[in-house]
Design a protein around this ligand. Structure first.
Ligand SMILES: NC(=O)c1ccc[n+]([C@@H]2O[C@H](COP(=O)([O-])OP(=O)(O)OC[C@H]3O[C@@H](n4cnc5c(N)ncnc54)[C@H](O)[C@@H]3O)[C@@H](O)[C@H]2O)c1
Length: 255
């Protein structure tokens, strides 16, 4: 039997690459995609070295309509699992928030997943199988100041997932949203450095007094926790789990 096939956006770094490692370890054929061609090539080579599975890479900017629409053709082999993960962050009070950055965040975090899902749904319906996993955030559920674009997009992603869960319900297709709190990836490392500078405190203090403060368990979420949760959503036991926010937040939302 052919190995199941997963496509991951933003797969060259952080959570995307961590999820890729989990699926490769489980025997999946993996296609990574990313806007950053150099990082993508490195990630494809690294994954191929680590695991004895088929690994491919396609350069894909999730804000590019043409690239999104043509992704099924470019990937070539039908996929079983789509992981919408690509993302960026920008932190600013709304009054100073550059409009182009605000719109870009909505484009990457919300329009990209929607249009890529649109591109792959016909294939999933035809094969009567598909698992769509959106990487949302704790910010799909709660807000933090100065992250208005990010919080809006991540809340929107949850609404999108619920809607598509209803539209796809008659097929063996599910769509869910992972909602992690902080995971130590380059995206968060950059925030630690930036906040240390803007608050005039050490990086250690940023971690302990700002980042881990709302998390009762006081620990970053590990990449393997996200990968294992994504794999569970693709298992037979999860075939009726759809439209859900899967919260992995060390207790944040209990406050
Ligand atoms: N790190 C965290 O604490 C955390 C927490 C919750 C949710 N998330 C979400 O997880 C996802 C991955 O974040 P990460 O922390 O791994 O960040 P990261 O910066 O390590 O990786 C993001 C990847 O997305 C790619 N990317 C950026 N813009 C793109 C575009 N237009 N098209 C295609 N690829 C693009 C980047 O090149 C990069 O490889 C994001 O959606 C983020 O919002 C992260």
């Amino acid at each position: 039997m052919a190995a199941k096939h997963v496509l991951i956006t933003g797969g060259a770094s952080g959570i995307g690459f961590g999820i890729a490692q989990g699926f490769a370890k489980d025997g999946y054929r993996v296609t990574l995609s990313d806007i950053n061609k150099e990082a993508l090539d490195r990630a494809v080579a690294e994954l191929g070295k680590q695991f004895d599975v088929e690994v491919a890479g396609i350069e894909l900017d999730v804000t590019n309509s043409e690239q999104l629409a043509s992704a099924p053709d470019r990937v070539g082999v039908p996929i079983d699992v789509l992981v919408n993960n690509a993302g960026i962050q920008f932190v600013s009070a709304l009054e100073q928030f550059p409009e182009d950055k605000w719109r870009l965040i909505i484009d990457i975090l919300l329009c990209g997943p929607a249009m890529l899902t649109k591109a792959f749904l016909p294939q999933m319906y035809k094969q009567n199988f598909g698992r769509i996993i959106n990487v949302g955030s704790i910010h799909s559920l709660v807000a933090s100041p100065y992250k208005s674009a990010y919080v809006s997009a991540k809340h929107g992603l949850l609404g999108f997932s619920k809607t598509i869960a209803l539209e796809s319900a008659e097929h063996d297709v599910t769509i869910n949203t992972l909602c992690p709190s902080y995971v130590k990836t380059p995206l968060v490392e950059n925030q630690i450095a930036a906040q240390a500078q803007s608050h005039g405190i050490t990086e250690e203090e940023v971690i302990n007094t700002i980042m881990l403060k709302p998390m009762p368990k006081k620990a970053f979420i590990d990449l393997s926790e996200l990968a294992e949760t994504a794999l569970f959503l693709c298992s037979p036991a999860a075939k009726n789990i759809t439209a859900q926010a899967i919260t992995i937040d060390g207790g944040w939302t209990a406050h």
